[in-house]
Design a protein around this ligand. Structure first.
Ligand code: HEC
Length: 164
């Protein structure tokens, strides 16, 4: 549960979420209890496994670049939705061992149509299937509307240009 990212949701967004969840008929199976195996226990002891409160604090302390009101909506979407895998400042992270989510300055090489295609289908300009990004786009990001994608693209391109 990437609460480190969702802590950026506004009160209005949380209210809307609660409303949508309450309107959804109850169903499905109960979440199984979480068990920690021997490797997990070693990870907890040596600090390799971090618990949510610690990660939430780390994210709160490391803010993504802010370019003012013109780019505020795109920044909000990026820190709320993309930072879970691309890191609190969007400068890249390894969301699971062996899988690297790159610095989002990579978006500087995407124009709006190719970025829209990535968000809607998960396919980058050369059409290759990406390990994690393709699935997450097809399940989640395809629900962004055009205005949200344009705002996100404008912020990430601005961030890429300022980093040069
Ligand atoms: C569930 C984890 C996850 C989330 C959430 C996520 N990404 Fe990614 N993203 C990745 C990974 C991992 C890669 C590297 C390619 C791969 O292995 O899928 C990647 C690659 C990319 C790339 C580079 C694609 C290329 O040309 O190679 C872009 C651009 C990108 N992500 C944008 C975004 C944006 C924008 C968001 C938020 C809307 C986002 N990602 C959210 C995991 C994620």
């Amino acid at each position: 549960m990437p609460s480190e990212s969702y802590q950026n949701l506004t009160d209005a967004e949380v209210s809307a979420l609660i409303k949508a969840i309450r309107a959804t008929p109850a169903g499905g199976s109960a979440t199984p209890a979480r068990t920690v195996g021997p490797l997990g226990r070693i990870g907890v002891v040596n600090g390799a496994v971090k618990f949510a409160p610690e990660v939430i604090e780390e994210y709160a302390a490391a803010q993504a670049a802010d370019f003012g009101p013109k780019f505020a909506e795109g920044r909000h979407i990026a820190v709320t939705v993309c930072s879970g895998c691309h890191g609190p400042t969007l400068s890249g992270k390894e969301p699971e061992p062996g899988t690297v989510a790159p610095d989002l300055s990579v978006t500087g090489s995407y124009d709006l149509p190719t970025f829209t295609r990535l968000m809607r289908t998960g396919l980058p300009p050369d059409g290759r299937q990406l390990k994690m990004m393709t699935g997450v786009s097809q399940k989640a990001f395809r629900h962004f509307d055009d205005a949200e994608i344009a705002a996100l693209h404008a912020y990430l391109v601005e961030r890429a240009q300022k980093a040069r």
